[in-house]
Design a protein around this ligand. Structure first.
Ligand code: ACO
Length: 378
């Protein structure tokens, strides 16, 4: 057997062949099925982009209408799921609530026929349709309120924002939210997608695939960074404090949240689009002083770390956009999951099409032939 060099974090090691998305980290290019992210953000919707990723092509008008109708029809969650969620502690993190709820869906739809395209489509539709409802339901229930029923007359993103506080959102806000979902839906072989593909490779059900990916997305080095960006901006408090804060981080070798990326060595193209969306929101709904702090941070980090290729990533500006929409900070990562579920499902389908169970090797660096010491002698 060929002995390969151990690479921590599997950096640079291909884990799959994939035609879903493409990143050029030097040039700052991101494509979904060959289409540039900038074009999709301008012209597409989240559900159309989800269709593109999962079924490999842009839908016809009729295919899109059918898909949108199916998702609308499946938005409601079962009473028993809602009752189960009521028992969750209100102090629990919404990502944990989402992971548990996504896994619980598998209990209700336990038939597992991975060769049946109807089963595949039903699962895709159900997960994309119900995950936002579950996120919104937990948000209301943890405040002691009843969840709001989805509204069939509202589009996907407008309905989610409506379910959060029972107010119909401003159309610009709903459109910007939809673009955010497009930007977050897919991003090649990141940690949560890898996790989804490993789980998929065991031929388990798609609910387990999504639940394991949600658990992986929650960490602060991955999707959880957008939450930490806002906490960091709150801690910094003013533009004058930016430079000392960054110098402190560099001295103590701690990471500056929202900066750096394993693949991008220039500013993340999604951060560029998000920054523009944030500016549109500030123009219509009022300025946010955190934006001034963020801009100063970008300047100082570029000065100090630009030579290492450390620039803002997607999480740096997504938090500012969601904050301006009045969304609680600990929902930022669940919203990331609402988007990313479609990317995970695209990878689930791709993995099934040419499956081989993941079973990497390891470099053993432990001991051998050690004798067992009885407990009273230790
Ligand atoms: N702040 C300060 N220094 C950084 C940062 C940062 N945010 N990111 C990387 N560096 C430095 C490292 O200290 C290291 O320096 P060294 O070579 O002198 O030791 C060098 O850049 C390489 O960094 P690594 O951590 O080895 O890069 P890796 O590819 O493993 O990590 C990661 C990428 C995890 C995203 C990292 O940049 C980070 O922790 N960023 C902050 C968290 C964050 O924003 N995560 C969201 C990423 S986007 C997403 O997951 C959706």
């Amino acid at each position: 057997m060929m002995v390969c060099e151990y690479k921590p974090g599997l950096e640079g090691i291909p884990a799959a062949q994939s035609s879903i998305s493409y990143v050029d980290g030097q040039k700052g290019i991101l494509e979904y099925r060959g289409i540039r992210i900038e074009e999709l953000a301008e012209k597409s919707t989240f559900l159309e982009t989800a269709y593109l990723l999962i079924w490999g092509k842009l839908p016809s008008k009729e295919e899109l209408e059918t898909f949108e109708h199916e998702v609308r029809y499946h938005r409601r969650i079962k009473y028993r799921i809602r009752d189960m969620m009521k028992c969750f502690p209100e102090s629990g993190h919404p990502m944990d609530a989402l992971q548990a709820s996504a896994a619980a869906l598998g209990l209700f739809y336990s038939l597992r026929d991975l060769h049946n395209p109807v089963y595949i489509r039903d699962s895709v539709v159900r997960l994309i349709a119900t995950i936002p409802t579950m996120v919104a339901a937990f948000q209301l229930m943890r405040k002691g309120n009843d969840p709001v029923r989805p509204r069939d007359d509202l589009d996907y993103s407008a309905n989610f924002l409506y379910m959060l506080d029972e107010r119909e959102p401003d159309p610009l806000m709903a459109r910007i939210f939809d673009i955010c979902l497009i930007l977050q839906v897919e991003h090649t072989m990141n940690a949560s997608t890898f996790s989804a593909r490993v789980t998929a490779s065991t031929l388990t059900d798609p609910y387990a695939v999504v639940a394991s990916a949600v658990g992986t997305l929650g960490g602060p080095l991955h999707g959880g960074a957008n939450e930490e960006v806002i906490q960091m901006l709150e801690k910094i408090g003013s533009v004058e404090n930016v430079r000392p804060y960054i110098e402190d981080c560099l001295q103590s070798k701690s990471k500056i949240m929202g900066f750096g990326h394993r693949v991008y060595k220039v500013k993340d193209p999604r951060a560029i689009i998000l920054q523009n969306l944030a500016e549109q929101l500030f123009e219509k709904f009022g300025h946010d002083k955190f934006y001034d702090i963020a801009q100063e941070m970008e300047l100082v980090v570029e000065e100090k770390l630009g030579s290492k290729g450390i620039y803002p990533n997607i999480d740096f500006y997504s938090g500012l956009v969601y904050r301006k929409m009045g969304i609680p900070t600990d929902l930022f990562t669940p919203i990331f999951a609402i988007a990313r579920v479609a990317g995970w499902l695209a990878h689930w389908k791709e993995q099934l099409a040419e499956n081989r169970i993941f079973r990497p090797t390891q470099v053993y660096n432990g001991l051998h032939e050690i004798t067992y010491t009885p407990i009273d002698k230790r």
